[in-house]
Write a protein that binds this ligand. Structure first.
Ligand code: GDP
Length: 365
């Protein structure tokens, strides 16, 4: 399964955020077959469409889809030199599919800052520098080898060389490799390099509890946002401490607390949705009287592959998928009305499934 790794300097609020994730997390009773490591937090993806579908088809059993956050342990500074647990830190990042970088954006004299003062950009660069240096070492090694073979006329080496030529100047300048643009062919080569700075990233500005209703208003938020924008990355503002408290409340208290704070939903929900998208994940639904359920697929997947998310038999014996969009069901108000409007589609093997599709698979057993 794809997972988003949570990284950050010590004392920025990572554990607090991870606690919030675990507490808000999926009730493991609902997922008896899931095996979960202690550093993994499984969350349900909040999706208002599920409620609406359930209301229309008349079921009260709703099953959201889930995905995982991984808490990345290890020492950051000097990691690329392999100091202390540094290598472990980089190895742990190598295992995840996207990076959620937590940055301290709150003042609190009681909480020691590892670099002495709260400076989000300095913090971000401390970590990103280690990632860049680790990648640079890997790229330099390949570069020496591949350039010789490329000059010798080897086609594959030439293709890799062209990729390295795009990446190396960025890393030399202290920038992440994800800023380079690659063709689809080159993407495959890039994938094989197992770099750290090509992984998609999003920043979390951990603001003071007083700023939870308007994280964008915190003085540090704009700094982080400007830095992220230059990388084409997003920033989610939240207060990890507030999120941890919210996650511990029952539904009624939670609603009351959020209303008093003047926010419509926990900041954690925004983070979950942003990380889900960062991983390039999308949702389709199955809808019935027995249950209404959300399922996760990779953006761009075709119908048989998404059928396989439910059961491998569905993929193997795939015939077609009766499909309607959530928007149509929402608008027409019933499955029957969608059908009568000619909006129910019969999709085949080549259909590229869209986020929000409601599907019924027909298959041979
Ligand atoms: P980690 O080392 O990055 O995992 O950081 P922790 O989650 O352990 O947090 C370090 C300290 O900062 C703890 O004492 C937290 O309670 C505190 N902290 C985390 N988030 C906030 C916040 O939003 N506001 C304030 N004032 N303190 C926070």
């Amino acid at each position: 399964a794809l997972t988003a790794g949570i990284v950050g300097l010590p004392n920025v609020g990572k554990s607090t955020l991870f606690n919030a994730i675990t507490k808000a997390g999926a009730e493991m009773a609902n997922y008896p077959f899931a095996t979960i490591e202690p550093n993994v937090g499984m969350v349900e993806v909040p999706d208002a469409r599920l409620m609406r579908i359930a209301e229309i088809v008349g079921t009260n059993k709703i099953i959201p889809t889930t995905f995982e956050f991984t808490d990345i342990a290890g020492i950051v500074k000097g990691a690329s030199q392999g100091e202390g647990l540094g290598n472990k830190f980089l190895e742990n990042i190598r295992q995840v599919n996207a990076i959620v970088h937590v940055v301290r954006a709150f003042d609190d004299d009681n909480i020691v800052h590892v670099n002495g003062t709260v400076d989000p950009i300095d913090d971000i660069e401390t970590i990103n520098t280690e990632l860049v240096l680790a990648d640079l070492e890997a790229v330099d090694k390949r570069y020496a080898k591949v350039s010789r073979a490329a000059k010798g006329g080897d086609k594959e080496s030439k293709a890799e060389f062209d990729v390295l030529e795009k990446i190396k100047p960025l890393l030399d300048a202290g920038k992440p490799a994800r800023l380079a643009e690659f063709t689809a062919e080159q993407e495959k080569i890039v994938h094989g390099l197992f770099l750290l700075t090509t992984k998609p990233i999003l920043y979390v500005a951990n603001v003071a509890e007083d700023d939870m209703a308007n994280p964008q208003g915190s003085k540090y938020f704009a700094q982080i946002e400007a830095y992220a924008a230059a990388e084409g990355a997003d920033v989610i503002g939240l207060s990890a401490r507030a999120e941890e408290e919210i996650a511990e409340m029952d539904a009624d208290d939670q609603a009351e607390f959020l209303e008093m704070a003047g926010v419509s939903e926990p900041g954690l929900n925004l983070l979950i949705r942003a990380a889900y998208h960062l991983l390039n994940l999308r949702t389709f639904f199955t809808a019935g009287v027995k249950e209404t359920r959300a399922w996760t697929f990779k953006a761009g997947a075709k119908a048989p592959e998404t059928a396989g998310v439910i059961h491998s038999d569905f993929e193997r014996g795939f015939i077609r998928a009766e499909t309607m969009s959530f928007e149509d069901l929402d608008q027409y108000g019933s499955e029957k009305a969608v059908k009568e409007a000619g909006r129910l589609r019969s999709e085949g093997k080549e259909y590229v499934v869209q986020d929000g599709d409601i599907m019924e698979f027909l298959f041979n057993v």
